[in-house]
Design a protein around this ligand. Structure first.
Ligand SMILES: C[S@@+](CC[C@H](N)C(=O)[O-])C[C@H]1O[C@@H](n2cnc3c(N)ncnc32)[C@H](O)[C@@H]1O
Length: 217
């Protein structure tokens, strides 16, 4: 198997997993929202403006959290998660274009969006650096990327435990709990301009680096 075939098959497994757990997802995730994650989503997404792409929109937990005036597109690779997001948009009368797409290969031209957002997504994407590189491609050179992610604990013992637990957690509820997402953002050529850390949670604001700005110019 070539490296790109093995990345594709890893993503197929992730997609199948979210298709399988879509109907239970909110049940697992709501307690985390109650423990402060919703406050973080709300604070971060208030910074979105203009044409906005939400990657991994899932069951639509963020749809009602954007400021007025945002022109929202949401994508997800799981059809079953997306069906739920569409239901939320219809029920809450939210105007958003919700499309099936993979962040590894976004169907948008370079610099299409003023803002790209993702919450709890790069813990699941099969090749997070490739996905974040695509994010950097579709955001405008003067745009920004807003990420809320949980990451591998910095404490060495907790980090070791997260490495051992990650396969089990991922099989049960989807995400990997041991991703080094701050490093991945930088490795994808984005520049982190602000990060708020709280336990394993990171609120990250990033911009295309000056090198990729030169490429767009
Ligand atoms: C843990 S859920 C988070 C959902 C939502 N963002 C939230 O905060 O509740 C991860 C989501 O990322 C989606 N996802 C995983 N890999 C993806 C990819 N390659 N491209 C787009 N979405 C992806 C999954 O289908 C799932 O809906």
């Amino acid at each position: 198997m070539t490296p790109s075939e093995s990345a594709a098959s890893a993503q197929d497994a992730v997609t199948a997993r979210y298709d399988r757990i879509a109907r239970f997802y909110d049940l697992f995730d709501k307690p985390m929202d109650l423990m402060g994650v919703r406050r973080r989503r709300t604070r971060l997404l208030q910074l979105a403006h203009g044409k906005t792409l939400e990657v991994g929109v899932g069951t639509g937990r963020n749809l009602g959290l954007y400021p007025a005036g945002v022109e929202l597109t949401g994508i997800d690779v799981s059809a079953n998660m997306l069906t739920r997001a569409k239901r939320v948009a219809a029920a809450d009368d939210i105007d958003a274009s919700l499309e099936l797409a993979d962040v590894h290969e976004l169907p948008y031209v370079d610099g299409s969006f003023d803002t790209v957002t993702a919450t709890c997504v790069f813990c699941s994407v099969a090749d997070p650096i490739a996905g974040l590189t695509e994010v950097g491609r579709v955001v405008r050179p003067d745009g920004h990327v807003l990420l809320l992610e949980h990451v591998r604990p910095r404490n060495p013992i907790l980090g070791w435990m997260a490495d051992r637990l990650a396969p089990v957690v991922s099989r049960l509820i989807g995400p990997d709990i041991n991703r080094r997402t701050e490093d991945n953002v930088t490795a994808a050529g984005l520049e982190i301009t602000a990060v708020r850390r709280w336990g394993v949670w990171r609120e990250i604001i990033a911009h295309p680096s000056s090198e990729s700005e030169r490429k767009h110019a």
